[in-house]
Structures are given as C-alpha cells and as structure tokens.
Design a binder for this molecule. Structure first.
Ligand code: 13P
Length: 256
C-alpha cells in the first residue's frame, strides 16, 4: 500500500434495477464507510439515473460518487450521451475504459483517451481501467497489452492532473465476474508495471493503482497489503451491503 488511505470503489454496473434499492444500498454502505473513513476512502458508482438520489443519500457522509462512463463532447447533437461537463454537477468521479465497455460498446484506446481528457478538463477524477483478456494472458502478453492501453489512454494528459485526479484500475478481463481472482503475485507485478509506465509516459510524479476482478471480503486484504496496491475496484460484491461493509472493515484493519 503506497497511499495513506486505501481506496474501495464500488462499480454497480447495470444494478440495481429499482431506485429505492440503490438508495438503500448506498445508505447501508455509508454506515460502515463513515466509521472507517480515517483508513478507507469509499466511492460508489451507480448507473446514471440513480446518481441524484444516491448523491442525496450520501450527502455529508464523506463518501464520493461517480459515474460509469462519460462522453467527451460538452454538449450538442449526441443522442443518448452524458457529458463529463454534465457529470461535474453531480459527482466527483467517472470510470473510463472499463473492459465491458471496450467489449460490448466499441470503446477503443482512442475514445478512452478522449473521455479521460474530457473528464479531467471538467474537474472530474478518473478511474481508468486496463487489463488483459484470457487469450492475452495465456500468450504471456499481459505486460505488453497493459502498457499499450496505458500509453494510448494517457496521451496528452496533464501530468499534474494525472497525479492528483487519475487512478488506474488493473482489471484482468478473465477475473471479472468469474470468481477467478488474480493471484496476488500476478496482480502485484502488473500494478508495479502500471505505476512505472504511468509515471514514465505521463510525467506524473505518482499515481494510485487499484486491483479489480472477483474481489470479495475474504480476499481483499491479500491485494491491499501489496506494495503497489492502493485499493480495489469491486463489482458484484459491492451490490451486497453486508459483503461490501465487511470489505471496508477488513481493509481498515489491514491499514492499522
Ligand atoms: P467483479 O468484482 O464482479 O469481478 O467485477 C469487477 C469489475 O468489473 C469492477 O469494475
């Protein structure tokens, strides 16, 4: 762990379907997160329509809110899009480059770069996702893939903003939603590479790096204890208030 507080980010993906459930989940998580706030920074990433009501539920809790994607143009004829500039009125964070967006929604390294640049320009902090798929892992190409994704995503970004407002989440695609979490040694090696590449390519003095992929209460400490890990990006386990609260508590204890 390199920074003082570990960061636990909850990516709710396309869940929950009902707004009331989203608010209840946020409130339940907030209880534990507030109690552990000295040691753990928590951010919730609900679907777009739930952002305003979850924002109200998190008011004065110190827990951050983020969106799962954004568009790079501020405004205009782009039906269905939500701009980073619009999000800046609602939340502090946005995820860009999640592998599900790369896989299902034609996200490319270039659009990831545009989105990251637009978010930083709008004053929003970025969780930039990178990671190899199973085929690339088997071919021993993890480092090459991650390096290429980072290089493309960081092109032209202000090094000061990268250091202050960008976090990289290393999420191996084969570990997402599969229950096959990466060996801490593999994750640690790759997060070390992420840190090296980001500081070298962007000129940023430092960067925070997270691990994501089948993180649960019973394995979260094996990541946050790694030298190059500043926290985790959690999917499925963050939809269960008890499980996610147990993760927050486990990370808080690991930091004692
Ligand atoms: P799971 O924790 O469900 O594997 O999802 C990880 C993820 O994609 C977070 O962005």
């Amino acid at each position: 762990m390199t920074s003082q507080r570990s960061f636990l980010a909850a990516n709710w993906k396309l869940n929950p379907v009902r707004m009331g459930e989203a608010v209840d989940l946020a409130r339940a998580i907030a209880k534990t997160a507030r109690a552990c706030a000295e040691r753990v920074e928590v951010a919730l990433f609900p679907p777009f329509p739930w952002l305003p009501s979850v924002a109200r539920a998190l008011d004065a809790t110190g827990i951050d809110l983020g969106a799962q994607d954004c568009y790079w143009e501020r405004t205009g004829a782009f039906t269905g899009e939500v701009s980073a500039a619009m999000l800046s009125d609602l939340c502090e964070w946005v995820i860009v480059g999640h592998s599900e967006r790369r896989q299902h929604f034609c996200e490319t390294d270039e659009t990831v770069n545009r989105k990251a640049a637009a978010a930083l320009a709008a004053g929003i902090k970025v969780v930039l996702c990178v990671g190899e798929n199973a085929e690339q892992l088997d071919a021993g190409r993890t480092e090459a893939v991650v390096e290429e994704q980072l290089r493309a995503a960081l092109r032209g970004l202000d090094p000061k903003l990268v250091a202050s407002s960008l976090v990289v989440a290393y999420e191996p695609v084969w570990a997402i939603g599969t229950g096959r979490n990466a060996e801490p040694a593999h994750a640690g090696r790759t997060m070390g590479l992420v840190r090296t590449v980001v500081t070298r390519e962007s000129g940023a003095e430092s960067v925070r790096v997270l691990y994501g992929g089948s993180v649960k209460a019973d394995n979260v400490t094996s990541y946050v204890e790694l030298a190059d890990c500043d926290g985790c990006l959690v999917g499925g386990a963050s939809l269960n208030a008890e499980e996610f609260s147990a993760m927050i508590e486990a990370v808080a204890e690991a930091g004692e």
